[in-house]
Design a protein around this ligand. Structure first.
Ligand code: FES
Length: 256
């Protein structure tokens, strides 16, 4: 296969940036999208051209590093698929393919297709963890958890923090990411001790990072490579309302 790539090139945050056109020759349908970019980069390097900078790590769909918009869709045309797991058989010989970085104020561009997603790490640092001592690994049946809760928690925990939800949202909202992290722990007994503190701290950090608000476009759910449901956003909103009500009750000296 031969493809024509239209790739966003930008030296740094201050550079204006532009689309540049490259030929991708000898593309095998079995290659992943990143492997195809590796081949293009090899040719560029041999010609003395600065290779295309892009993020990647595991190349197995688990780390959330690969982040690019392909033909206008975060992670490209295959639903439930990260860029590293997207194979070239989903494109046709002669296709023109447009490749751009995540675009959001909270994700400042570093170079070409690489952006700084540290804002998501700072949201996790604000509360996306369990800091109480949970002891050693208990027997699987020592702490009964309703099956429904266990499944909802596991589904939310599938979020790999890639930021596609932000890139796809017209408001650049990180609500799906934050909601997945909040819901994951709110459904489990181990997450109860810090439940209220967690949701208020994570939402405060999300706002401080200048992510937009959710206005129910559902684009986040459509592009999420792990099929995280927007139901988690409703769960987070309920958690937040409960946390604020509890805080107010405590401040006014009320009991439970
Ligand atoms: S490189 Fe790890 S998820 Fe794509």
């Amino acid at each position: 296969m031969k493809l024509t790539l239209h790739v966003w090139r930008q030296k740094n945050r201050d550079d204006k940036g532009r689309i540049e056109i490259y030929d991708a020759n000898n593309v095998s349908p079995e290659m992943s999208f990143l492997e195809m970019l590796d081949v293009v980069n090899e040719e560029l390097t041999l010609k003395g051209v600065d290779p295309i900078h892009f993020d990647h790590d595991c190349r197995e769909g688990i780390c959330g590093m690969c982040s690019m918009v392909i033909n206008g869709v975060a992670h490209g045309p295959q639903p439930g698929t990260t860029v590293c797991q997207l194979h070239m058989r989903h494109f046709r010989d002669g296709d023109h393919v447009y490749v751009e970085p995540w675009r959001a104020r909270a994700f400042p561009l570093i170079k070409d297709l690489t952006v700084d997603r540290g804002a998501l790490d700072r949201i996790i640092a604000a509360g996306g963890f369990v800091s109480v001592n949970t002891g050693g690994t208990p027997d699987g049946n020592a702490l009964p958890i309703p099956k429904d809760n266990a499944e909802r928690s596991m589904d939310a925990a599938a979020c790999i923090g890639c930021g596609a939800c932000v890139a796809a949202c017209p408001n650049a909202s990180a609500m799906l990411f934050v909601a997945a992290k909040v819901a994951h722990l709110a459904y489990l007994p181990q997450g109860q001790v810090e439940r209220e503190r967690r949701v208020t701290a994570m939402i405060a950090q999300m706002d401080a990072e200048q992510f937009g608000s959710c206005t129910n476009h559902y684009e986040c759910e459509a592009v999420c490579p792990k099929n995280i449901s927007v139901e988690n956003i409703a769960k987070m909103n309920r958690e937040y309302a409960k946390a604020l009500a509890t805080r107010e009750r405590k401040a006014s000296g009320g009991g439970f």
